[in-house]
Ligand binder design. Structure first.
Ligand code: AKG
Ligand code: FE2
Length: 310
């Protein structure tokens, strides 16, 4: 493989322009999500500070001894400390549930730092709250452009916000350069910032891999399998991975919109017709994840199709 091309993802401005030219921006969002499954977003000057503000807390967290990190409270794999995995030895992550709510973040923080770490709680909550607005705007645009906005409130109420801090160690000479294996996200929507060091790669629909190099003042918004299924396949859920290069540890941060357990994901009738036959049986995201962690799930080329494809 020669040197990898860089994909110029559409950059969509979510600041005041989105309000003034709502319909135009909405159409850009829809087109980007149909074509790539993702786009780069900017909104005023906030992203630089917002992204940078999470580096200190991320370093504080990952520098802690393993035993301390394991005190994180959730039982779900993505929602707690994850590391030391033989297939992705460079990768570590920590998830904080309901991160847009201060008390919830602070409960997490106190489990890790019994004496408290107010800056950690404040920063992560502010980050999540700001990005949850981007999530809601994106979902509003998607549902309007597909003519299913009457389900928007239900959709928004059926999900929680999970924030995840990720760290990738510098690969040693003998290590793989692979930071994170190719995958599609299983949730509704993911908003990613590369705080320190690039490395995110996305796969185009025709199978080619591209580097994405968002600037510090933008985030990547991408569709996960649960939203792909909800829109009956009209928007693409893309494969992506992380490849390390250089000699700097990589930090990234993401807001993951996760469907609540028990909420049944089913495409609205409006999105099913002769031209668009139903693609997936109704499913619960929690069950999809359980399947993903089984051996068959790990082997499946498309977890979603194998689990609930029609
Ligand atoms: O670290 C990144 O940029 C990507 C992380 C990612 O794809 C994930 O956690 O699902
Ligand atoms: Fe991902």
């Amino acid at each position: 493989m020669g040197s990898m091309a860089e994909l110029k993802l559409p950059v969509i401005d979510f600041s005041s322009r989105a309000q003034l030219e709502w319909t135009a921006v909405r159409d850009e969002v829809k087109r980007a999500l149909e074509t790539y499954g993702c786009f780069e977003t900017r909104f005023e000057k906030v992203p630089v500070e917002l992204q940078k503000s999470t580096l200190g807390p991320a370093q504080d967290l990952f520098d802690l001894p393993l035993q301390t990190k394991l005190r994180s409270i959730s039982t779900k794999p993505y929602h707690r400390y994850f590391g030391q995995c033989p297939t992705v030895p460079l990768f570590k992550s920590m998830g904080i549930d309901n991160a847009d709510m201060y008390e919830k973040v602070d409960r997490f923080t106190t489990a890790i730092w019994p004496k408290g770490h107010p800056n950690f709680s404040k920063t992560m909550q502010a980050f999540s709250e700001k990005l949850s607005e981007v999530d809601k705007t994106t979902r509003r645009m998607i549902s309007e452009s597909l003519g299913v906005e009457k389900y928007l409130d239900e959709h928004i109420n059926s999900s929680n916000y999970l924030v995840r801090l990720l760290k990738y160690a510098v690969p040693q000479a003998t290590d793989t350069k692979l930071g994170l294996t190719s995958h599609t996200d299983k949730n509704f929507l993911t908003i990613l910032g590369q705080i320190e060091a690039d490395g995110l790669q996305v796969q185009s629909k025709d199978g080619e891999w591209f580097n994405v190099q968002p600037s510090m003042n933008s985030f990547i918004v991408m569709i996960g399998d649960s939203l792909h299924a909800w829109v009956n396949g009209r928007l693409h859920s893309l494969h992506h991975r992380v490849m390390m290069s250089g000699n700097k540890a990589r930090y990234s941060v993401g807001l993951f919109t996760v469907p609540k357990c028990g909420y049944i994901i089913k495409a609205p009738d409006e999105l099913v017709d002769e031209e668009h036959p139903v693609l997936f049986k109704p499913f619960d995201h929690g069950e999809l994840l359980k399947f993903y962690y089984t051996e068959a799930g790990q082997r499946a080329e498309s977890v979603l199709k194998t689990y609930c494809g029609v």
